[in-house]
Write a protein that binds this ligand. Structure first.
Ligand SMILES: [Zn+2]
Length: 328
């Protein structure tokens, strides 16, 4: 009898992780029928236990129904048939992400987001067009953008630190052309994986989204995070990629921009010295420069930003979460 009970307990314990987990549909903007036959890559064993319905093919899109302004998010499309190509349309931009094969399923994963500088609360259209065997399947979703309460900081600084002198306008304008182009880089091969690597170990001293009021005037919100980093400390690439811009800019000082593919670009500011050049292929964790206080910085630190299709998003969720966690 004891043995039987033990066996039953063991059996239940073994079966529990195989049970399909109910996922609250409203969090993803899933519509009825969307999750038929879909299994998250994390549930490898469960995949065998779930019967795929015979009718039609399983083509499943996961996208959020609501997202905070400034927050990055993921979109994942899974198909049991080969995907010829997938294109995603978001805020007037298009990205054609890489497609990978996982456990006999064809998976497209894309990162999207909005920028705390210019995104407004309200509805945004997201469309995903998947081409399978020459036939187009279109998903249209509405994503509700909601405001996020970012911290505020009021500072009083000497006037010349707040307003750049007139003779620098031309330089600032020319640099903006280069940095805007770099931030909007979209290349076909996805080289990023999550979580991203924190480029230095120091603690965060200024968060993304911080609303700065300088001498009573609201300035642009902080569109990256500041990390404590002593002078000369190596700064590491957050993911594999290619260096697309290295420069000494008025605000950002010595800067490095790395393209990670599919519209994701990382940026490292105020370096004392960049140690890579444009065109270099870098690996996740490779030192790309030494931290410092070049440009408009009051002390040595690293300013780290992530651009997604030209929108600067909050890097923190990307540094903390796996793909499955971000899709929950
Ligand atoms: Zn900063």
């Amino acid at each position: 009898m004891k043995r039987f009970i033990l066996l039953m307990v063991l059996l239940i314990a073994l079966t529990l992780p195989l049970m399909p987990v109910a996922v609250p549909a409203q969090n993803f903007g899933l519509e009825e029928g969307d999750d038929i036959g879909f299994v998250m890559p994390g549930d490898a064993q469960a995949a065998e236990a779930v019967a795929v319905p015979a009718a039609g093919s399983a083509l499943v899109l996961i996208a959020p129904a609501r997202i905070g302004i400034g927050q990055p998010f993921l979109v994942r499309l899974t198909s049991d048939q080969p995907l010829d190509s997938v294109s995603i349309h978001w805020q007037g931009k298009e990205v054609v992400p890489s497609i990978s094969v996982w456990n006999n399923r064809h998976v497209m994963l894309a990162m999207l987001g909005t920028d705390v500088l210019n995104a407004k609360p309200g509805k945004q259209e997201l469309s995903v067009i998947a081409s399978i065997d020459g036939k187009e399947n279109t998903f249209r979703r509405t994503v509700q953008l909601f405001p996020v309460k970012y911290p505020r900081q009021e500072l009083t600084l000497p006037k010349n630190m707040v307003t750049p002198p007139a003779e620098t306008y031309e330089r600032i304008g020319a640099e903006r052309v280069l940095t805007t182009k770099a931030k909007n880089t979209v290349t076909p091969q996805r080289n990023w994986r999550l979580p991203l690597l924190r480029p230095v170990e120091g603690k965060i001293t200024s968060l993304y989204g911080l609303q700065r009021i300088l001498n009573g005037k609201p300035k642009n919100p902080h569109r990256g995070q500041d990390l404590r980093s002593p002078m000369g400390n190596p700064v590491k690439a957050t993911a594999d990629g290619v260096v697309i811009l290295v420069g000494d800019h008025y605000y950002a000082g010595n800067s490095v921009y790395i393209d990670h593919g599919n519209g994701v670009v990382s940026m490292y500011f105020h370096l004392s010295k960049p140690i890579v050049k444009v065109g270099d292929k870098v690996q996740r964790g490779q030192a790309i420069g030494l931290s410092g206080m070049s440009g408009r910085a009051t002390g040595p630190h690293l300013h780290f930003s992530v651009s997604v299709l030209g929108q600067l998003v909050d890097p923190e969720p990307l540094l903390k979460m796996t793909v499955d966690e971000m899709l929950q």
